[in-house]
Design a protein around this ligand. Structure first.
Ligand code: CTP
Ligand code: CA
Length: 227
């Protein structure tokens, strides 16, 4: 439950966060997904709530406890995630941390597929493109959040790829995640904060610390930094 009278630098701010993977069904027992743990997104939701924001966390399936003082909306597919985000608008800030599956099986069978029945060739799976949630919210005419923050996991040319993503998606900031090391699924992260004008490399630090720093940056940007 959300407390009525929040205090802190983000009091009165509604923050919308996506986190975790999405899960795209092939049939009732099989799906396409990825290895996102949800840790960084959950840490950001917690840090924003601790700073006084009213937080809606739209999460794919993860093995994490719901953060305190956060409105958790659990979804499975990318399309459900987009719908839940649109239902949560208006928001002052959107932080898109989810590892959204770019593609889904074009058709989800209602009965378990008998894949082995086709015993001569490997079966083909037709894919359909999922909606891009970050791009969709960045390009809203009515109800575009004032600050839209994306994530980009890259193994090489981190800044250049991330800046291209910022342009393509129309967001304001990108947190570029350098995943060339051992940060995936771990407690630490190595990020570069990229804005339209600047880029700032942060030292390797815990995901909780990345979340707190980002919450501070968001508070300063939204003009509720307590000063
Ligand atoms: N994202 C999203 N919806 C999608 C795909 C991505 O909202 N269907 C968001 C992610 O939450 C992240 C950002 O877009 O904030 C970048 O995601 P990423 O997968 O790195 O970028 P893509 O454009 O999908 O490119 P690629 O996977 O080819 O690197
Ligand atoms: Ca992607």
């Amino acid at each position: 439950a959300l407390s009525g009278q929040a205090s802190g630098p983000l009091a009165g701010v509604h923050a919308l966060i996506t986190a975790g993977p999405t899960r795209e069904p092939l049939d009732p027992v099989r799906y396409l997904s990825n290895h996102s743990s949800g840790r960084q997104g959950y840490a950001i939701a917690s840090a924003l709530a601790a700073a006084g924001a009213s937080v809606t966390l739209v999460s794919g399936p993860v093995a994490l406890a719901p953060p305190r003082n956060v409105n958790l909306v659990q979804v499975e597919t990318a399309r459900q995630m987009l719908k839940a985000c649109e239902d949560a608008l208006p928001a002052d800030v959107f932080v898109s941390v989810a590892a959204v599956a770019d593609w889904r099986p074009a058709r989800a069978a209602t009965k378990k597929l008998k894949i082995k029945a086709v015993d001569t060739e490997a079966p083909a799976m037709e894919l359909a493109e999922n909606p891009d949630i970050l791009r969709t919210l960045s390009n809203k005419r009515k109800h575009r959040p004032r600050l839209v923050v994306g994530f980009a996991a890259e193994t090489h040319d981190v800044e250049a790829y991330a800046r291209a993503k910022l342009e393509r998606k129309g967001c304001d900031w990108i947190i570029a995640n350098d995943v060339s090391g051992d940060v995936m699924g771990g407690a630490d992260n190595e990020v570069v904060l990229i804005t339209r004008e600047t880029s700032e490399r942060w030292p390797r630090m815990g995901k909780d610390e990345v979340a707190r720093r980002l919450a501070g940056k968001i508070a300063a940007e939204l003009g509720h930094d307590g000063g």
